[in-house]
Design a protein around this ligand. Structure first.
Ligand code: NAD
Ligand code: GLY
Length: 366
């Protein structure tokens, strides 16, 4: 695949495009339909701004353009940082018609989207995601928010962007560890609903890590197509959207336990995916051969398969109970019936979950 792909997240009047291609950050005509009013404010961080801010400012030069540069890191995904965005918007007398532009990874996207959801009760925003993880997942679907010391992503709002503009060229400056973490979310789509994509990833994983441009663009487009379909069917996560959280209940527990930012989100999700597969086998739902394929693909992507040594099984369980999918005190997990078919279920013996956690926590390397 080469060139420029446009997908749509179909949400009636709130539908929006996902533009995918090389060099799209230089294309004002892609931004224009999504900008409301005369002011734009680019929100970025200290790492991404030196790389891409000036170019984006040039692209947006038809509008009154300001910027807010935040500190970099998951540990800054807090209400205090969102407050810094509000301070900057108010100091610049930004009006209700201001459009925010999130330039960065998932942290910047989630913070900016949340600020946009709250500022003057809601202003438009555009996602310009620059990590693989943000390009395939967090920029699409309108989940925005910040962490709380007691739980990840616990404060937030649904607020859809007006456009997602994915410039695949920006992946050229991304650290390999971050690229690998993004692959965890790519693999997720294969596992929950697209078995053909999973097989494609088994064939192309090495080339993706070598940053083959066309293959990356194809992986991003196929991921976004899957995500757009899920979001269009279930915007507010009344049902199927919860499948996108495969591995996340385990993963969020890891992120909360080790401290936000020590483990990358995608790394924690990879371990969570391996644990979800383990529990699914113990339940007799997933074949062991399929679990082995999953572990092989995660390992080939350079992702961890076991929780960090610092966490005990009972601590994981305690933190998992804080998950947003807990309903009437029951912890619902995303589990696998096969590669390409996932279910959200509380219908498992808790002893089997404990076995999964104890086995993983005793067999790990550190
Ligand atoms: P991140 O935003 O922290 O970015 C990772 C690192 O890469 C940061 O240091 C960043 O500054 C740097 N970076 C970004 N783009 C770069 C580039 N092109 N070149 C060089 N460096 C670059 O992490 P992430 O993995 O993008 O996102 C993780 C966050 O996304 C988590 O907070 C997670 O909860 C959230 N998330 C949200 C959703 C959602 O639906 N809203 C979905 C998945 C994940
Ligand atoms: N990343 C999970 C979701 O968007 O629902």
């Amino acid at each position: 695949m080469s060139g420029h792909t446009t997908l749509t997240v179909d949400l009636g009047e709130r539908s929006y495009p996902i533009e995918i291609g090389r060099g799209l950050r230089h294309r004002p005509e892609l931004f224009a339909p999504a900008v409301r009013g005369g002011q734009v404010v680019i929100v970025s961080n200290e790492t991404v701004a030196p790389l891409y801010l000036e170019e984006l400012r040039r692209t947006l030069s038809a509008w009154e353009c300001h910027e807010v540069i935040l500190p970099d890191g998951e540990r800054f995904k807090t209400l205090e940082t969102v407050s810094q965005v509000f301070d900057a918007l108010l100091a610049r007398r930004c009006e209700r018609s201001v459009t925010l532009v999130a330039l960065g990874g998932g942290v910047i996207g989630d913070i900016t989207g949340f600020a946009a959801a709250c500022y003057q009760r809601g202003v438009p925003f555009i996602q310009v995601p620059t990590t693989l993880l943000a390009q395939v997942d967090s920029s699409v679907g309108g989940k925005t928010g910040v962490n709380h010391p007691l739980g990840k992503n616990m404060i937030g709002a649904f607020h859809q962007p007006n456009a997602v503009i994915i410039d695949t060229e920006t992946l050229g400056t991304l650290e390999l560890r971050q690229l690998r973490a993004g692959l965890a979310e790519v693999i997720k789509y294969g596992l929950i609903r697209d078995p053909g994509f999973f097989s494609w990833l088994e064939l192309n994983c090495a080339a993706l890590l070598e940053r083959d441009d066309d293959l990356l663009a194809e992986a991003i487009a196929r991921s976004c197509r899957n995500k757009a379909a899920v979001v269009a069917d279930d915007e507010r996560e009344a049902g199927q959207r919860a499948l996108l959280n495969l591995g996340h209940t385990f993963g969020h527990a890891i992120e909360t336990a080790v401290g936000y930012g020590e483990w990358l989100h995608g790394e924690a999700v990879a371990v969570g995916t391996a644990l979800a597969a383990d529990l699914s086998v113990r339940l007799g739902w997933l074949q062991e051969g399929e679990r082995q394929r999953i572990l092989r693909l995660l390992a080939a992507s350079g992702l961890p398969l076991a929780p960090p040594a610092a966490i005990a099984a009972d601590e994981m369980l305690r933190l998992m109970a804080l998950d947003k999918k807990v309903s009437a005190g029951q912890l619902r997990l995303v589990l696998l019936r096969s590669i390409g078919q996932a279910v959200v279920s509380a219908d498992y013996a808790s002893a089997l979950l404990q076995e999964t956690l104890l086995t993983a926590c005793s067999g790990r390397q550190g």
